[in-house]
Design a protein. Structure first.
Length: 295
């Protein structure tokens, strides 16, 4: 290209004003030129995607649906006539009704609840995406019948946390989600039975520090850790029972006075549960280790 006034070929793009200017005489060749460069959008820090944000499972329509705009203007920016404005108003209303189905409203409500709970608990984005995908599968399998949306959404978060090895108490999740602990446990068990996921076992060491600090029995920590060595359970209750039984056996082996009722109150179980767990055959290893420590 060359300037039609001075025939100069030194042209400058003014990106602030959006003009193409001749550097010799200052003649403006183009006003608001088209950007012919590649249309890239940096949705992630280290990755470029084409036109728009990436697809997300935590959005009810995965971020790929379209909606009619609310501006009553045409492609050139001119206002529509009253007849066309009324016509597009009716079309826009039917567009909202067509997309506002019961399933979409359910997913929107569930994903908003999951986003809030994950933010309050400091969970990563991966947990939110996996929990949203799991909730979609649960809704497709009709597992929401007779269950609240909040309960199933929280159960999906707990399921994903167990799958990824993130330690979160079921009671903590129930408190943050504002649902009943019993209902949340039942929903989680239903997800386990339906999707048959191979969950990583809960390490009993997760509950040791809190229980020992609340009991004020720091000197029995080595004995408790030795009793719980290489022991893991899938059930949260089983892990709590194992920790309570190990603390009780370590107290007996070191001559420390600690009743089962006191330990049960700290761990969050009943005294009968600890007593039964101590008498079970699974605790024979505890008894052998305790007798070895006493010797």
């Amino acid at each position: 290209m060359e300037c039609p006034q001075c025939k100069g070929k030194k042209l400058v793009h003014d990106y602030v004003r959006g003009e193409l200017i001749c550097a010799s005489c200052g003649f403006v060749l183009e006003d608001r030129p088209l950007d012919r460069g590649p249309d890239w959008y940096a949705a992630e820090a280290d990755e470029k995607r084409h036109t728009g944000p990436p697809v997300s499972e935590s959005v009810h329509d995965r971020g790929i649906s379209s909606r009619m705009g609310w501006r009553n203007r045409d492609a050139l920016g001119r206002p529509l006539t009253p007849e066309h404005a009324a016509k597009f108003g009716r079309l826009r209303r039917w567009d909202r009704r067509a997309h506002a189905t019961n399933s979409e409203r359910t997913l929107t409500r569930a994903f908003q609840e999951q986003a809030r709970v994950c933010h309050d608990l400091g969970l990563p984005k991966l947990v939110r995406e996996e929990a949203a995908l799991l909730f979609r599968r649960a809704a497709r399998e009709r597992l929401l019948r007779s269950r609240s949306i909040e309960t199933m959404a929280a159960a999906a978060i707990y399921f994903v946390c167990k799958k990824l090895g993130l330690r979160r108490d079921l009671s903590e999740l129930a408190r943050e989600a504002g649902v009943g602990l019993r209902d949340l446990r039942r929903a989680y068990i239903l997800l386990c039975k339906k999707f048959c996921a191979s969950l990583s076992p809960i390490e009993t060491m997760y509950y040791v520090n809190d229980a020992i600090e609340r009991l004020g029995l720091e000197r029995i920590r080595p004995g408790v850790l030795e009793l719980l060595e290489r022991r893991g359970t899938v059930s949260e209750k089983e892990a709590q029972k194992a920790v309570a039984a190990a603390i009780y056996r370590a107290c007996l082996g070191n001559g420390v006075e600690a009743t089962q009722a006191r330990i049960a109150k700290v761990v969050g179980l009943s005294r009968i549960s600890i007593s039964k767990f101590v008498r079970r055959a699974a605790c024979e290893g505890f008894n052998a280790n305790a007798q070895k420590n006493e010797a």
